[in-house]
Design a protein around this ligand. Structure first.
Ligand SMILES: Nc1nc2c(ncn2[C@@H]2O[C@H](COP(=O)(O)OP(=O)(O)OP(=O)(O)O)[C@@H](O)[C@H]2O)c(=O)[nH]1
Ligand SMILES: [Mg+2]
Length: 162
């Protein structure tokens, strides 16, 4: 995990379907330059009132309230696909994160050099993840496209658990 840049812990108060209020904790991870900060800004600009990003300086393995992981990938940086895949698999093998649902953002889809999310999913062997629910979502943190779809997936997971 040492090389994973830890970005932020997001405490999100989401009002779902008008009546339910849920607190959602997200740990946002990814290699440097993947687009984590841009994604946070994108989320914050969409709903400043309900999202409170907190920058934390260090990843602590015993975070008590991790409900979801979000892993960001630069879809246009093919040279680092192997590296990011290794980091992701280490994360998946973390004992403390066993079973934690994971959303993978295939970010920077606005670039014409970006690989499609389906190709990235294959390269990362996502289909072999059997201990948790996972989702890969194509997005652009710059245009905002796909970001809300990813967040909706997380919200739907929470609703299912209730
Ligand atoms: N075209 C494009 N550029 C993006 C996108 N997301 C991020 N970037 C750019 O990629 C670079 C890195 O983005 P950051 O958000 O700083 O990445 P980061 O993951 O926070 O990087 P570190 O803080 O170094 O770990 C910046 O120049 C962003 O403008 C995207 O969806 N599309
Ligand atoms: Mg950053």
């Amino acid at each position: 995990l040492a090389e994973i840049k830890q970005l932020g812990l997001l405490s999100v108060m989401q009002k779902l379907k008008g009546s339910t209020e849920l607190e959602l904790r997200i740990v946002l991870l990814g290699l440097d330059n993947a687009g984590k900060t841009t994604l946070l800004k994108c989320l914050a600009s969409e709903d400043v009132n309900t999202i409170t990003p907190t920058q934390v300086s260090k990843y602590t393995q015993n975070q008590p309230l991790i409900f979801h992981l979000v892993y960001v990938i630069d879809s246009a940086d093919k040279k680092r696909f192997e590296e990011t895949g290794l980091e992701l698999s280490e994360l998946i093998d973390e004992e403390n994160l066993a079973g934690v649902p994971i959303l993978i953002f295939a970010n920077k889809q606005d670039l014409c050099t970006a690989s499609p999310a389906s190709e990235i999913a294959e390269g990362l062997n996502l289909h072999t993840y059997r201990d948790r629910v996972w989702q890969i979502q194509a997005c652009s943190a710059v245009t905002g496209e796909g970001v809300q779809d990813g967040m909706n997936w997380i919200c739907n997971n929470l609703l299912k658990k209730k």
